[in-house]
Structures are given as structure tokens and as C-alpha cells.
Design a protein around this ligand. Structure first.
Ligand SMILES: Cc1cc2nc3c(=O)[nH]c(=O)nc-3n(C[C@H](O)[C@H](O)[C@H](O)COP(=O)(O)O)c2cc1C
Length: 210
């Protein structure tokens, strides 16, 4: 199947059947998220993979009781850094130097530029910036899931503070921003499964300036 066919196949499943997604598929979905591009390559987020049934139940209770939270195979929680600190920025720049095996003056100047801006900014501004990067990885995971013929439900319908509390995210300097339950659609129970996908027309969405 072509990528676009897979994107047409995917939809935001409203009911899943509890079937387990094979680990190699989960790994490839997570790898797609890991490979996502991010601003300055900082990857300012983590992904928490929840399979524990009790924890899933607790999260469902603060996620509008959406059944996919417990009926999914794996619940991916995308959690962004709560702030940009010197330590976090340096860690990523040092990692780049370590992996590439050399130091580059332009790159070091860029490091100083970021250190001069990000840690001094309002933490909420930094979190919002980090969350946007997490959403890029989230979208890559969503597309990768479709590629694997695994269903996924993008979900913002939850109380992030409550999820942070359940998973102990604040202590780790993280804040949840979006959930991605992955699993397999329950065609008997899902009211959305047979409905036609609705999208604005290309003409309405795209402006070409030649
Ligand atoms: C960021 C984001 C948050 C969403 N939150 C929810 C949610 O909490 N519950 C839900 O059932 N669908 C949620 N959706 C699904 C959208 O309603 C759905 O993607 C949209 O209507 C397009 O339909 P499709 O994904 O089935 O093609 C969310 C989608 C996105 C991208």
C-alpha cells in the first residue's frame, strides 16, 4: 500500500479490541518517533509506554472515560520537558559532539546562542515550545502506526495534571501533552469505523504562490 492509502485507512479509533500489538511493531512505531526532527535537535520530550492495566484504568478515569485507553494494547504518553535548562541544552549538544566525534565552532556558537536565550525565558513559553516538538514525534508515531496497520487514537481529551500525577512526571521535569493508544479497532463497537473521512478540499487548504 502507498503511504497515502495507509493514511486514508487510518482513523481515530473509538473502540479497540484489546489485542496485543507485536513488540517489533511497537518498536518500529517508537523508532519513528525517535527519528522525528525537532527544533535545534533538542528532542525535548520523552515517551512513556503504559501496558499496566491498573495504570491504564487510572488514566482512563481522567481521560473522559474513553475506552481506548484501556482497550488499547500500548498507551503511549508524550511528555514534554517542563522547561529548557542549561543542563538539558548542554546534554544534547555534548551528545552531538560525542556521536559525530568532533567539535565545530559554528555548532558551539549556536549552543551559546541557545544558552543565552532559552534558560532565561518564561518556563511556560519553553514548555509550549517543547510540546510542539513532542507533537512532531507524535505525528510520526501516528503515521508509523498506520504504516504497520496498527490502529491509533490521537488524544488530547484528558487532564494533563492528573496524568502527570499518576505517572510521576513532574518529578522528572516532564508534563504530559498528548496520548496515543495503539492497538486494533473493534469493528463491532466503533461508531466511526464505517463513516467516510471528512477533510477540507485541497483548494480550501492550500494556496499556491508561483
Ligand atoms: C491532537 C489531537 C487530539 C485528539 N483528541 C481526541 C480525543 O481525545 N478523543 C478522540 O476520540 N479523538 C481525538 N482526536 C481525533 C480527531 O477528532 C480526529 O483525528 C479527527 O476528527 C479526524 O478524524 P480521523 O483521525 O478519524 O481521520 C484527536 C486528534 C488530534 C490530532
Amino acid at each position: 500500500m502507498e503511504l497515502l492509502d495507509k493514511l486514508k485507512w487510518r482513523y481515530a479509533a473509538k473502540a479497540m479490541n484489546g489485542e496485543k500489538v507485536p513488540q517489533e511493531k511497537v518498536d518500529r512505531i517508537l523508532e519513528a518517533a525517535r527519528l522525528a526532527p525537532t527544533s535545534s535537535g533538542l528532542q525535548p520530550f520523552e515517551i512513556i509506554v503504559v501496558t499496566n492495566p491498573e495504570i491504564k484504568e487510572k488514566i482512563k478515569a481522567v481521560a473522559w472515560n474513553q475506552s481506548v485507553v484501556t482497550d488499547c494494547s500500548h498507551l503511549l504518553v508524550f511528555a514534554a520537558w517542563d522547561n529548557y535548562t542549561e543542563e538539558r541544552i548542554n546534554k544534547m549538544f555534548d551528545l552531538t559532539n560525542e556521536i559525530r566525534g568532533f567539535k565545530n565552532e559554528g555548532w558551539e556558537n549556536y549552543r551559546q546562542q541557545l544558552l543565552g536565550i532559552y534558560p532565561q525565558r518564561d518556563p511556560e513559553v519553553n514548555f509550549q515550545h517543547a510540546a510542539r516538538q513532542a507533537y512532531i514525534a507524535f505525528t510520526e508515531a501516528l503515521t508509523a502506526a498506520a504504516f504497520e496497520k496498527v490502529d491509533a487514537t490521537p488524544m488530547e481529551g484528558f487532564d494533563p495534571d492528573a496524568v502527570d500525577e499518576i505517572l510521576g512526571l513532574r518529578e522528572k521535569g516532564l508534563r504530559s501533552c498528548v496520548l496515543l493508544p495503539i492497538g486494533y479497532r473493534n469493528t463491532e463497537e466503533d461508531w466511526l469505523v464505517n463513516l467516510v473521512k471528512v477533510r477540507r478540499s485541497k483548494e480550501d487548504l492550500v494556496t499556491v504562490i508561483d
